[in-house]
Design a protein around this ligand. Structure first.
Ligand SMILES: *[C@@H]1O[C@H](CO)[C@@H](O)[C@H](O)[C@H]1NC(C)=O
Ligand SMILES: *[C@@H]1O[C@H](CO)[C@@H](O)[C@H](O)[C@H]1NC(C)=O
Ligand SMILES: *[C@@H]1O[C@H](CO)[C@@H](O)[C@H](O)[C@H]1NC(C)=O
Length: 349
């Protein structure tokens, strides 16, 4: 008899484990594993109706005529992304402040979010934009929601000193402004290998050690560790949600997408099929994931946009920007950054 009861309990445990397992699998469906599918109803808004798209990203205005790049929806393999509902988003985020922090890739994503929300609101809605120091903010007055972008190429500080401009890998003074927000979305990578004229610092400092230069990947990792430490010590995670965006890929080497010899994205009009990318993940992305994994309290979610963006060699402005310069680094708006925001939306709503 005792054996029977034991057997019963054993079965119940297995049953629970199976049910739990199934539920967990569903909830933890990997939104980042999937492929791009054609979607007739896309784009989610017309870029010509979104006011003030920056001239770097306004591809149609600057002459892009192949428009298939607007027609692809990210389809996760084992589940669906929720549809974007701007009014629901603003209702749920009522009274809250959202801030994107990083380089021009952050501006790209911020721009897309403003357009997505703008397109889903009635025309008489009050939307105010203002810029103060490094921050541009759009406020949706009817909901008290503000969406800001704070330009910070390295996240850590650059300080003017007697010897010149010093990039301080162990210091984040802007954090006091950032932590006033309810949602933070960070990104940094583009500027770490800039040299010469385009390098906005003269010296690099860790602790008391100041030098002319150092291994840039190590510098990037040090800065991210400083940032991670700042999040763990300064952010109240009951109030503020923190995201870090995976590295946004560029497309200047066709070997990465099986077109050896190609040196930019000018002729790309379609995403890659399937979910694998010959070029593999960038080393910088591995560094990001390592640093996030090393955080003890795990207060940060990775917006893991690297792979799905690698598949979008077609979604850059190429020469369709005000400068006519070849740009296979930023992304057209409307376009790929709308999907980044859909993923953020899925995490928030
Ligand atoms: C903006 O920058 C100015 C000059 O650097 C500074 O005095 C001021 O405090 C800053 N304002 C805010 C709100 O950070
Ligand atoms: C492009 O990538 C391939 C494969 O990784 C590499 O061998 C080649 O040197 C790269 N080309 C350029 C111009 O960097
Ligand atoms: C991010 O996505 C890539 C590609 O799908 C995957 O290899 C990697 O493990 C993901 N990273 C995390 C932290 O989930």
């Amino acid at each position: 008899m005792g054996g029977g009861i034991e057997g019963g309990c054993w079965c119940a445990v297995i049953f629970c484990a199976l049910v739990w397992g199934a539920t967990a699998d569903y909830n933890e469906c990997d939104l980042y594993e999937g492929s791009w599918v054609y979607e007739e109803s896309y784009p989610m808004y017309e870029s010509s109706k979104c006011p003030h798209i920056r001239k770097e990203y306004d591809c149609i205005k600057y002459g892009r005529t192949d428009l298939n790049y607007l027609k692809f929806r990210w389809q996760p393999t084992n589940c669906n992304l929720p549809r974007f509902n701007g009014e629901e988003f603003l209702r749920k985020m009522s009274g809250k402040k959202i801030m994107y922090i990083g380089d021009s890739i952050s501006v790209d994503q911020w721009q897309s979010m403003v357009c997505l929300l703008h397109a889903s609101l009635p025309p008489q809605s009050i939307i105010i934009q203002h810029t103060l120091n490094s921050t541009t903010t759009v406020t949706f007055e009817d909901y008290g929601v503000s969406i800001s972008v704070f330009l910070s190429h390295y996240l850590v500080d650059i300080v003017e000193e007697s010897i010149g401009r010093v990039l301080k890998l162990d210091s984040i003074t802007n954090g006091d402004i950032w932590k006033e927000n309810d949602v933070l979305i960070f990104n940094s990578w583009l500027w770490w290998y800039r040299r010469g004229e385009k390098q906005p610092w003269d010296y690099i400092q860790i602790g008391t050690n100041i030098r002319k230069d150092m291994d840039r990947m190590v510098a990037f990792q040090e800065a991210l560790k400083t940032w991670a430490h700042w999040v763990e010590s300064d952010i109240n995670t009951d109030k503020t949600m923190v995201f870090f965006q995976g590295v946004s890929p560029s497309h200047y080497n066709g070997s990465d997408w099986n077109e050896p010899g190609v040196t930019n994205c000018a002729k790309e009009t379609l995403p890659m099929d399937g979910s694998t990318y010959p070029g593999g993940l960038p080393t910088a992305e591995e560094v990001v994931e390592q640093v996030l994994n090393g955080m003890i309290t795990k207060p940060v979610s990775l917006l893991n946009i690297t792979r799905l963006s690698q598949l979008r060699k077609d979604a850059h402005p190429s020469s369709f920007n005000v400068f006519k310069g070849m740009d296979c680094t930023h992304w057209c708006v409307a376009g790929l950054p709308d999907t980044w925001n859909l993923l953020l939306y899925a995490a928030l709503v």
